[in-house]
Every structure is written in structure tokens, then in C-alpha cells.
Design a protein around this ligand. Structure first.
Ligand SMILES: *Cc1c(COP(=O)(O)O)cnc(C)c1O
Length: 390
């Protein structure tokens, strides 16, 4: 959704631009030269990081590439990457192309975590086992915070600890996690993370992305990076001198100056998160999602594990998102065995914005910032009416 005040935030920059031209760089109400700084503290709060560990820049996939340049350093001995099967396509392409960039064969380098047969989500114990089995040649575990298709939230802390124990690093794609689930990247010791801000963070089409680099890495001089002037030490940035010297914080990974209009949109959204508080948002999220799960459960008679064992095709609907609240955010992925596309069209006609994923999954996200319990009630009723009673 578009934050109500977003126009005001962007209007401010348009006005300063119209009146000041290039001088807005330093004389705008929010000087453009340092605009990235005004979103850092709030962005850091949403992912549980120190401000020095976070930078809002570029877009998710670009940030993933930039951080893999620094943190995927394959050697003869350690070169493998563990990722989730069925990851978002952009992650697959980014990781595959990074592997090729180092002259390696993706088939021999990338290990995909799979759900067990007849299961939809990946068991944590299987993730740990795969890390353990590959500990001799593992370089990186790169995994989503919340899987976009199933809505499964991974145990970032547990995965990071296991990766480190195996001598590898751990990076996370938080596209569906930032603004959705509780994150404590600093304390969990994740090495790096990237996210987009146009999903739960409501910052608009193509909005600027985020990146996290753990404090223990931000001053390292041995890390290679693809540099640009905006990552150079601030006081020397405009001296235009030879020799890159990075800012000793996440800002040091910046390449270019900030897209201010997109940043302004992001600021409008982050101010709402600050006002509401991520803790309260998550508190409501768990109730709202639990309520939806409960209603779908009784109205559609979602079968118990026992019933399903006896007759797996008995019921038309199955929620494939984990039941455990620490293994999901506000998304429920509903597998609809029959007429899923018709159901989707029907929901859309009635004004529900849900998402249909081939071949038969409908993703629903009762978003705590703007969805109500009443909407969840109406949605669940309609769902039951259209597809549970034939
Ligand atoms: C949306 C999404 C992306 C897309 O990233 P952009 O580079 O911002 O287009 C990548 N990964 C995941 C998991 C996503 O959900």
C-alpha cells in the first residue's frame, strides 16, 4: 500500500529541486548528498541491526551481487554454496552467475535444500545436516529469510551458527522477511543480508533496496568489493583522488549516489514502522494470521495429519505454510487442489488482492499495518463458500 504521507515526502524533494537545482545537493531541507543517512536508523531497526551495519541502496539483486563479491570467495578447498530449492528466480540467477564468474560449474558447486517427499517446506534438521555433510568444502550458505512461495521462515540464527561452525559464511535474502518477521541480524551474527523495500516495507514500485553487513566485517581491509565514489571515505569523496578508501561502515559498499525520490518514498514508509513499532506490528501479525488459519481450518475442514494420511486427496485445500508462528510471517500459502485459478479470479472480483502461483497455490498475506480482522473474516468466508462446499 502507498503510505498516506508519501506524496508530501516526495513533494518536498521536488520542491527543493525546482527551487534550488543542483544546490539541493547541500541546501535541500534534507540535503541529497547525505540522504541515505536519514533512513539508516529506521531501516536498521526493522532488521535488528546497528545503524553502521545497514545501508539503503540499489535494489535487492544488485546488492546480492555486490555482497557476494565480498563474501563469496571460493578457494580450491572451499567453494560450495547451499541454497534453498525453489528460491526466488533472481537468487538462482545471481548465485549461478556468481559461481560461473569464478570459473566454477554451478552443478558441482550449488547444493539445493529440498523438502522431504510429500512435504512442502524444508526441515531445519535437514538444513543442519546438509551443512554438516558439506563442511569440508562449504563456502557460503545463502538462503531466504522467508520463502516467497511457501511462506516458510527459516531459523536465521540456527543456520548462521551452523554455517560458522562449518567454517563457512551465512547470507540471507530478506525480501519477504523485512517488515514481516522478527529479525535480529546483529545478535544472530549473520554475515550479510539484502532486501527489497517494495514488499512488506511499502516503499513503492522499483523502490531502493537494503543491505546489511555484520559489524565484524565492516572495517575489514582484505575484503574485495566493486567500488564507487559513494563508498569512498566521506571527507575525501570529492577530492576525486586515486586509490579507493572505503567508509568503515556498510556505507563503504555504496557505489553511486542515492536515488533521492525513491529514498523519500522509503522514508515515508519507515516513519510508519517507527511510529507503530515493529514489535507491535508482529504482535498483531501473529494474531491476524492465526485467526485466518483458524477460520480456514474450521470452514474448509482442513484435515488433521491423521486424516490426511488415510486420504490425502480428501480435501480441496491445504495450507502449506508452517503452523509454528516462529516459522512464518503473515503469509499463508494455500494449496487448492481443484479450480485454484477460478478461486483466485473470484477473490479478485470481490476485492481481495491475493497472488496466484502456478500450478495451484494462492498466497494470502493479511498485513498487520493495514488489514483488519473483519477483512480476514470476510476473506475466509468467501474462500470457504467458493471452494470448500461443492
Ligand atoms: C522480490 C524478490 C527479489 C527481487 O529483487 P529485485 O532485485 O528487487 O527485483 C529477489 N529475491 C526475493 C526472495 C524476492 O522476493
Amino acid at each position: 500500500m502507498q503510505p498516506v504521507d508519501l506524496r508530501k515526502y516526495i513533494e518536498q524533494e521536488l520542491q527543493d529541486w525546482a527551487q534550488l537545482g543542483v544546490d539541493g545537493h547541500v541546501h535541500a531541507k534534507n540535503p541529497w548528498v547525505s540522504y541515505h543517512k536519514i533512513v539508516t536508523a529506521s531501516a536498521a531497526k526493522t532488521v535488528g541491526a546497528l545503524p553502521s551495519e545497514v545501508i539503503v541502496m540499489n535494489s535487492l539483486t544488485v546488492n546480492l551481487h555486490l555482497l557476494m563479491v565480498s563474501f563469496y570467495r571460493p578457494t580450491k578447498q572451499r567453494f560450495k554454496i547451499i541454497m534453498e530449492a525453489g528460491a526466488f528466480s533472481s537468487d538462482m540467477y545471481a548465485i549461478e552467475s556468481q559461481v560461473r564468474f569464478h570459473g566454477l560449474d554451478p552443478d558441482k558447486t550449488i547444493i539445493e535444500l529440498q523438502p522431504r517427499e510429500k512435504e512442502f517446506t524444508i526441515r531445519h534438521e535437514d538444513i543442519l545436516k546438509t551443512i554438516e555433510e558439506n563442511k569440508k568444502d562449504l563456502a557460503l550458505v545463502m538462503i531466504g529469510g522467508v520463502n516467497y512461495y511457501t511462506g516458510q521462515a527459516f531459523d536465521i540464527k540456527g543456520i548462521t551458527t551452523a554455517a560458522h561452525k562449518a567454517g563457512a559464511l551465512a547470507g540471507f535474502d530478506l525480501a519477504h522477511a523485512a517488515g514481516n518477521i522478527h529479525l535480529d541480524l546483529h545478535d544472530w551474527k549473520a554475515d550479510f543480508a539484502v532486501w527489497s523495500t517494495y514488499k512488506y516495507l511499502n516503499s513503492g514500485p522499483g523502490a531502493v533496496g537494503g543491505a546489511f553487513i555484520h559489524e565484524k566485517h565492516i572495517r575489514r581491509k582484505d575484503l574485495p568489493r566493486f567500488a564507487g565514489w559513494w563508498g569512498h571515505q566521506e571527507k575525501e569523496r570529492f577530492l576525486m583522488k586515486k586509490g579507493f578508501r572505503p567508509t568503515p561502515s556498510a556505507e563503504g559498499w555504496q557505489v553511486s549516489n542515492a536515488p533521492v525520490l525513491s529514498m523519500a518514498a522509503h522514508k515515508a514508509s519507515l516513519d510508519i514502522f517507527d511510529e507503530a513499532g515493529i514489535k507491535q506490528i508482529i504482535h498483531k501479525s501473529q494474531k491476524l494470521t492465526g485467526y485466518m488459519e483458524y477460520l480456514i481450518g474450521i470452514e474448509c475442514k482442513v484435515p488433521s495429519a491423521e486424516e490426511r494420511k488415510n486420504n490425502p486427496e480428501l480435501y480441496n485445500i491445504k495450507i502449506i505454510t508452517p503452523k509454528e508462528i516462529d516459522q512464518r510471517g503473515c503469509q499463508l500459502s494455500i494449496l487448492v487442489r481443484k479450480n485454484s485459478k477460478e478461486l483466485f479470479e473470484n477473490l479478485k472480483r470481490e476485492g481481495f488482492i491475493v497472488d496466484w502461483r502456478s500450478p495451484n497455490v494462492i498466497r494470502v498475506a493479511p498485513v498487520p499495518l493495514y488489514n483488519t480482522f473483519e477483512e480476514v473474516y470476510k476473506f475466509s468466508n468467501l474462500l470457504a463458500k467458493t471452494c470448500c462446499h461443492e
